[in-house]
Design a protein around this ligand. Structure first.
Ligand code: FES
Length: 143
């Protein structure tokens, strides 16, 4: 094999490997948990994000039978979370979560992990809820 061919082959292998790794990361199984509704809102244990020792999930999907749509809760850092209603603002389809994005299976709208429209046809950002963390509990205010 010539030197030029060798570098071409290695480059292709590196690009393929990094694409494969990013696909694996985004295909990680989504954790769905049931939150309890209390006076203060929807409550889940903060440990729900813990995967392994010091390794945290990026997001979890929280549901409750009283909610028409689930809420996607992103862990942005130790004290910062983003809680988004998984209802598309275009025509109300339930969104799917893929890594840092929420996508609509109906017509393809995309939203960031802050609920900002990234691609239409939706033109309105997702409904978001204030999140507080107290004593190992995460509280999503539903007001
Ligand atoms: S309902 Fe989501 S893009 Fe149309």
């Amino acid at each position: 094999m010539e030197r030029k061919d060798f570098f071409k082959t290695c480059g292709f292998a590196c690009v393929s490997g990094s694409i494969f790794l990013s696909m694996l990361e985004s295909c990680g199984s989504t954790k769905i948990i049931s939150g309890t509704i209390e006076k203060s809102g929807l409550v889940i244990p903060a440990s729900s994000f813990l995967e392994k020792e010091n390794k945290y999930r990026k997001y979890i999907v929280v549901q409750n039978e009283k909610l028409q749509y689930p809420i996607c809760l992103y862990r942005l850092n130790e004290n910062e979370y983003s809680a988004l209603l998984m209802r598309c603002t275009h025509q109300g389809a339930e969104l799917q979560v893929f890594g840092d994005k929420l996508q609509c299976p109906a017509h393809g709208s995309e939203f960031s992990n802050h609920g900002i429209v990234q691609n239409g046809p939706a033109s309105v950002n997702l409904r978001s809820f204030p999140v507080t963390v107290k004593q190992d509990q995460i509280n999503i205010s539903l007001k």
